[in-house]
Design a protein around this ligand. Sequence first.
Ligand SMILES: [Zn+2]
Length: 372
Amino acid sequence: MSHIECWDWRYRIAFEQTLRSKVDVASKTTRHSLPSRIMEELFDFFVNHLSVGQMISYCCDEAGDTDSAINAAIDVEPLYTPEFLARKYYSRVSKAKRLKSQQKDALNSIIKKSTETNFINHHREIFEPIFGADLDRLLRHSQATLKPQISDKSILDRNLLELTEEIIDELLNTTPAPLRGLPEIIPDFEIVIAKDPGFAEYWPRSLTGNDMDQLIVYDNPNQIGYQNLRATIGHEVLGHGFFYNLIERIRPEFFDHGAFALVEGWATWCEWATCDADLRDHLRSAKCQSLKLFDCVNPDEIQDQIKARTSGSGYTKDVSESSIENFFQYPGMGLSYTLGALWFEDRFKSSSPRVFFEAMRQREWGDFFSAW
Ligand SMILES: [Zn+2]
């Protein structure tokens, strides 16, 4: 059994050398020709494109091996960084107490280089191997018109933990038809409420080493209402909770934990399948709109569109800035949610989740849609 445990390896292998060798070795255990070619193409792409954002986090916040990261990264082409983001990176570097001045200089020159580099939109390079001939069909969804955000019921007067428990009970007891049977495979998990940015996260015990899986729900102004929170919990619990537990049961020979289109596409499809119909129309159409950026080559236009979309959905400037950072520094991550979910939507018109996951028993688990 060969599993790639690091969920964000794609954005790290350009500078983390030990991880790079681990991913390389694990990738070579894929036995079927198409999955092994996809892993090879993803590996080659990400080893040659430096995520400056991830590198800064690694050196400033994670107490990583800064010298070795700098040595590895020095000859790699950095991904383009917009000015506002570069200012944030410079400030993090200057405030990082653990860094020596030489290391700060090296990091600052990497940031500078990334602002001077031309923006290249890499989505086609990343997604063509993953989706193959299905890609252009999926991209046609970008034509869908944007449906408005619903006027959601405020949750400001509610205790977030109690509300989360209530929603989970309701979701597990009223699962819509295509997902019926899944709640039986959802493990027990602990719920944690945290006052940090973000919406929610689901951490399987296989990744944390804890006794139990964990659902973290973030308490901040971006929890904009009841139905939106319910959609988030559907994504985390029915989507991720089910998925990770199935992996523990099936124990596939190969699993790439960083397969965003598979992992997040599935969870996003679950979110759409369980949430309020008007909200689903909004969430789905907003994701389809994000596909307009798939081939866009103008970085200013990309930033404007992301700002308009996040504020149109009712989110704060923080969400808009982190979405912009994701787009430029974590290429492929955001659109994986959309493309994966749309692929599942098409597949389940003629099949069902049960049939799909039954077939997955014999398959290697990664972003190998073109092989399915
Ligand atoms: Zn998710």
